[in-house]
Ligand binder design. Structure first.
Ligand SMILES: Cc1cc2nc3c(=O)[nH]c(=O)nc-3n(C[C@H](O)[C@H](O)[C@H](O)COP(=O)(O)OP(=O)(O)OC[C@H]3O[C@@H](n4cnc5c(N)ncnc54)[C@H](O)[C@@H]3O)c2cc1C
Length: 343
């Protein structure tokens, strides 16, 4: 390889979720040139927020909250808390109406908090927005393939445009999507193709009145739902009207993948009233979103997947360390560290 310094290295990152942005921010802070390509209009990936017309009226319909267990991630979270970017949810000291519970058959059971849960303020995608602030992000560009040229890599968009050549590429997207994109690298592509990710249907519903003062989030049992959250109870959100987010179980989501959003919201809400014991009412707004690659079926234990010895292509994301925001973030840091080690 030609002799390189941090400044002369040119890194492409595919995907502006938290793993790609954690990588990008670390590399950028170390003086490495970074360009991030993102197929959507905004950053955040599965740390996603749907905004209604009313100001600050939001649904976090992907990641609901996150926990912090690794000392490095705890450090980042502490900094974010000091900056007012992150806060605990529920705020435990506020008591009864701030609980996370388990709902089954109309019965409520308290779920004792074993660790702090955090959310970003004013919406879940805010951490990603902050991480992306100083980065060059090319939005609405979907990468279709990566072509090796000498010791560099050319990125091709799905419209056929060539987007330049790079010394290293970090692929920070769900494993199945990464596998398809890496077809020029058969052994890496093949190893990623075995990583299974489960789907999730999410329903978002607004109500003019409060649904309950008994809980803010609920794990659902004996239900087609796995989770319910009153998004308006999260810090920095409008406290009314009520913004309910429901997640269906992976099995139900899979079985109902081709159903229409109308059908899905109807069934998910009907089950919510039954399992929660809350009097049914009509939402003022209701929609559904389906996440094809929501959560990995299992974690792979390795923080990154790389291309042979060269480590010029590095794959990262939550599917490596375990389907959580923290896992995605740490995997992204590991990808950046591999780049830095090689310079
Ligand atoms: C419904 C749901 C609930 C969840 N709940 C929680 C929770 O409560 N707590 C928790 O810790 N975690 C939760 N998670 C998991 C958490 O959201 C993820 O672990 C984390 O956000 C993954 O980040 P990532 O960067 O690995 O991937 P992603 O967020 O998926 O980012 C990948 C990015 O790459 C982009 N992309 C994909 N393909 C291409 C391409 N070809 N070209 C350009 N861009 C591309 C995508 O648009 C996306 O922005 C949940 C996820 C879902 C879906």
């Amino acid at each position: 390889m030609r002799s390189s310094t941090k400044q002369s290295i040119n890194v492409a990152i595919i995907g502006a979720g938290i793993s790609g942005l954690a990588s990008g921010k670390l590399l950028h802070d170390q003086g490495v040139g970074v360009t991030v390509f993102e197929k959507s209009r905004g950053v955040g990936g599965r740390m996603a927020t749907r905004r209604l017309n009313e100001e600050n009226s939001t649904f976090d319909h992907g990641a609901q909250y996150f926990t912090a267990r690794d000392p490095r991630f705890i450090n980042y979270v502490n900094n974010w808390r000091e900056q007012g970017l992150v806060a605990r949810w529920p705020a435990i000291e506020l008591g009864k109406d701030q609980r996370i519970v388990v709902l089954r058959n109309g019965q409520l059971q308290i779920k004792p908090a074993t660790e702090d849960r955090f959310v970003a303020i004013p919406a879940m995608n805010q951490i990603c927005k902050r991480l992306s602030q100083e980065l060059t992000i090319k939005k609405q560009v979907r990468i279709k393939s990566i072509i090796p040229i000498d010791e560099r890599y050319s990125l091709i968009a799905d419209n056929g445009d060539s987007l330049g050549t790079f010394d290293k590429v970090i692929v920070s997207i769900p494993a199945a999507q990464a596998s398809a994109l890496l077809e020029s690298f058969p052994s890496l592509s093949e190893s990623l193709s075995h990583i299974v990710m489960k789907p999730c249907w999410a329903t978002m519903a607004a109500f003019s009145d409060s649904l309950t003062d008994e809980w803010v989030g609920a794990f659902m049992e004996d239900s087609l739902l796995s989770w319910a959250a009153r998004n308006n109870t999260k810090p920095g959100r409008n406290s009314s009207p009520e913004h309910l987010v429901l997640h269906a179980t992976p099995d139900w989501s899979d079985q109902n993948w081709e159903a229409s959003p109308e059908e899905v919201t109807k069934k998910m809400l009907a089950d919510f009233w039954k399992v929660s014991g809350i009097e049914p009412r009509k939402p003022s707004y209701c929609t559904a979103h389906r996440w094809r690659y929501a959560i990995p079926a299992e974690s792979s234990k390795a923080a990154t997947y790389t291309l042979d010895k060269s480590k010029n292509i590095i794959c990262c994301g939550d599917w490596t360390l375990g389907g959580r925001v923290e896992a995605a973030f740490l995997s992204g840091l590991s990808a950046a560290e591999l780049v830095l080690e090689a310079i």
